[in-house]
Write a protein that binds this ligand. Structure first.
Ligand code: SF4
Length: 280
């Protein structure tokens, strides 16, 4: 049976998502920050994380953004192939929702033309990835991505012989270069395999997982654990002032690749690791 959904509903729900994500840090991130307080031993590092939690509480209760950088709007959309979208196009509905959400929520508009640097004025266009899936539902995941952490993202085509050691060294190099600029403690998305753009997409998609939830494939969850330990040994620490928790989690996604290739992408999310998902 074919279900229907009106574009106005998509617009309104997207607008609310933009506001919710900006004001409310989700429970998985708060729980990860609680764990970080337990792990940290120096008063300074513990106090910084306590202040991040206090900032999240104030934002939630006073209905104000967690951070002044309310990000570029990124959407991963799964469209059930038995769903009909009525009265318009889904991309337009999402962009209309972003316009409304960023306006009504008083969120900073951060999107500019890349060359003239002229602000588009309404935080559009959103970046939208769509995928057709079985069923009649619409699943919309939203991630507003701040410039500080996004700028620290890197992709590299490794030599396949570099293997897991090469991947670890690359992730560590990215984090060392990022330092305080990515607003640690961070969440690190690592995309391994596919081709050039697939690896980058995997790295970003990995950030949508609830923070600290392991990959279901054992070899990838072991890799996540190993990378997290290695990153946290760097001592960069909360906001870069030293400590044991530089990253709250490392999420790895992989995809088969060419025999001659080993693409690896690192996409970093800051401590304001905002993400929301709705199913319509
Ligand atoms: S990187 Fe994150 S926490 Fe830092 S300024 Fe940007 S949005 Fe805010």
């Amino acid at each position: 049976m074919v279900s229907e959904i009106h574009v106005d509903e998509i617009r309104d729900r997207v607008a609310q998502m933009c506001i919710d994500a900006a004001y409310t840090l989700s429970d998985d991130v708060l729980t990860a920050l609680d764990r970080a307080i337990e792990i940290e031993t120096t008063p300074a590092a513990r106090e910084i994380i306590r202040q991040l939690k206090e900032n999240a509480r104030i934002a939630r209760e006073d209905h104000i953004p967690l951070c002044q950088d309310t990000g570029i709007a990124i959407f991963f959309v799964e469209i059930g192939q038995d769903l009909r979208i009525k009265n318009g196009l889904i991309a337009e509905a999402i962009n209309e929702g972003v316009r409304k959400g960023y306006r009504d929520g008083y969120l900073r508009k951060s999107v500019v033309d890349p060359l003239t640097r002229r602000n588009t004025g309404d935080n559009t266009p959103a970046i939208i990835y769509t995928e057709l899936v079985p069923g009649d539902k619409l699943r919309i995941s939203f991630m507003p991505k701040g410039g500080g952490s996004e700028n620290m993202s890197v992709i590299r085509m490794l030599n396949p012989t570099e293997g897991v050691d090469g991947i670890r060294n690359f992730v560590l190099e990215c984090m060392q270069k990022a330092g305080a600029n990515a607003c640690p403690p961070v969440v690190i998305g690592v995309g391994i395999g596919g081709d050039f753009e697939k690896a980058a997409l995997l790295a970003k998609k990995a950030l949508l997982r609830p923070v600290g939830s392991p990959n279901l494939k054992l070899e990838l969850s072991s890799l996540e654990e190993m990378l997290l330990k290695a990153v946290n040994k760097t001592g960069i620490g909360p906001v870069g002032l030293g400590g044991k928790v530089t990253a709250l989690a490392v999420h790895v996604e992989s995809f088969p690749c060419h025999i001659a290739s080993l693409p690896v992408a690192v996409n970093i999310n800051c401590h304001a690791a905002r993400h929301k998902t709705i199913i319509l």
